[in-house]
Design a protein around this ligand. Structure first.
Ligand SMILES: *Cc1c(COP(=O)(O)O)cnc(C)c1O
Length: 430
């Protein structure tokens, strides 16, 4: 599409947008009585207007039924997670049995590593991206130590080439091949939180399998942002949080994926709890753990009904939007427009004030653009916030902006460009 840098053009795109009405189903932050334009869905998605009622409904169930709520009421808590499984499966491209809502992301990563990182004297290495999100790095280091091994000897990091910011797919595949005899696990993010690069997960999964290693993905920045096909790609396991692109609220319930080919493997180690026990016989309270069917068998504690009600409300919006395909279609346009608009700001300034390090190709990124603002970056960011544009700031010089297809408009993007142009004309006046 040929973009234009006018408000009328942006409004025309919003007019034609079949998802435009969803914007009214979200609550936007306010600043000095003004509604903010929100570009921070990569960090915390906005509150759906339906969230409060969903939470209230469960508080009412608790009030009315108390302990009986596990088995009575409209959605007995005992089976409540199944309705979430139904809605989570299409978001990540899995069967219902392969996904389960539980805990929080890093906790789930640990639980899955217990099952799927089983180092032996031949295969003990974990291949990952350099610069992975710190929580993942800490989880992996501590898991390696838990096995009595040395992280320095076990972690293989794939880095961008000197002078480059992004990983080349071929370099990832080559690294997997080069270490094929020693790899126990390939563990990658779906989208890098810092650069916004979307990795070729299908190819990475294929290469890992070819190397005889297990493969797992942390989809914190990918789930609800880009279409995924975890089942078809034959990924061994994956985990994600729900509070970024899935709008389930701060500290929201997280999700796991375990491929069905592992369901019958009784030798898989796991850290068990009563809620992972076979559902039909859980309350017989017998000695000796028997894993429940599918991903549910990784549950440890009882269903966290209150946070799940928020995730449920948010997922119902995804369902009404038609899940990932229409969302991705709009997202690619929206982020392409942002990419172009920032280019216009640079063109008007006659120099690259804002260097976008996220891949230029829409297929290699999600909603987010990461922008290096070397000169007065923090001042630019603060000036944006003062004008009610909320993105996020990463030291030393990166502004992350994520237009989200469920609640951002082309008008948001146009106005952000206008503000950026105005701010830089003032800050960089020669
Ligand atoms: C956001 C994010 C986390 C956060 O983990 P929590 O356990 O939810 O606090 C972890 N890993 C990645 C890659 C993330 O993007």
């Amino acid at each position: 599409m040929n973009f234009e840098n006018t408000l009328a053009f942006a409004k025309a795109l919003d007019q034609a947008d079949e998802l435009a009405a969803f914007r009214h189903e979200f609550l936007f932050p306010q600043q000095n009585g003004k509604t903010m334009r929100y570009f921070c869905g990569n960090s915390l998605g906005l509150q759906p207007v339906t969230a409060r009622a969903a939470l209230d409904a469960q508080l009412a169930n608790w009030q009315q039924h108390a302990v009986e709520g596990w088995f009575t009421g409209q959605q007995p808590w005992m089976f409540y997670h199944k309705e979430l499984k139904r809605l989570m499966a299409p978001v990540v491209g899995a069967t219902e049995a392969e996904v389960c809502p539980m805990n929080t992301l890093t906790v789930n990563l640990h639980l899955l590593l217990v099952s799927f990182y089983r180092p032996d004297s031949h295969r003990f290495k974990i291949l990952m991206e350099a610069g992975a999100f710190p929580s993942d790095q800490y989880a992996i280091e501590s898991q390696i130590r838990f096995h009595g091994l040395d992280p320095a000897a076990c972690i293989v990091e794939v880095s961008p080439r000197p002078g480059e910011q992004l990983l080349r797919t071929q370099d990832i595949l080559d690294a997997i091949h080069d270490h094929r005899g020693e790899l126990a696990l390939v563990l990658f993010g779906g989208i890098n939180y810092y650069t916004g690069q979307l990795y070729d997960l299908e190819k990475i999964a294929g290469a890992a399998r070819g190397a005889g290693a297990r493969v797992g993905f942390d989809l914190a920045h990918a789930a609800g942002n880009v279409p995924l096909a975890l089942h078809d790609w034959q990924v061994d396991f994956a985990c994600w949080c729900s509070y970024k692109y899935q709008n389930a609220g701060p500290g929201g319930i997280a999700g796991i994926f375990v491929h069905e080919r592992h369901f019958d493997d009784r030798d898989l180690k796991r850290f068990a709890g009563w809620w992972g026990y076979e559902e039909e016989r859980r309350f017989l309270m017998q000695k000796g753990f028997v894993a429940g069917a599918g991903a549910d068998g990784w549950q440890v504690s009882c269903t966290q009904v209150l946070p799940m009600s928020l995730y449920h409300a948010a997922l119902l919006q995804f369902e009404r939007a038609g899940f990932m395909e229409p969302l991705r279609r709009k997202s690619m346009e929206l982020t392409a427009y942002l990419y172009w608009v920032i280019g216009e700001v640079n063109r008007a300034a006659g120099s690259i004030l804002f260097e976008i390090i996220t891949p230029a190709a829409p297929a290699e990124r999600g909603a987010q653009l990461s922008i290096v603002a070397k000169n007065k970056g923090k001042e630019v960011f603060d000036a944006l916030v003062e004008r009610q544009f909320l993105g996020d700031w990463r030291e030393p010089d990166v502004i992350r902006l994520s237009p989200v297809p469920l609640y951002n408009s082309f008008e948001d993007v146009y106005l952000l460009g206008e503000a950026l142009h105005d701010i830089s004309s003032k800050l960089f006046a020669s």
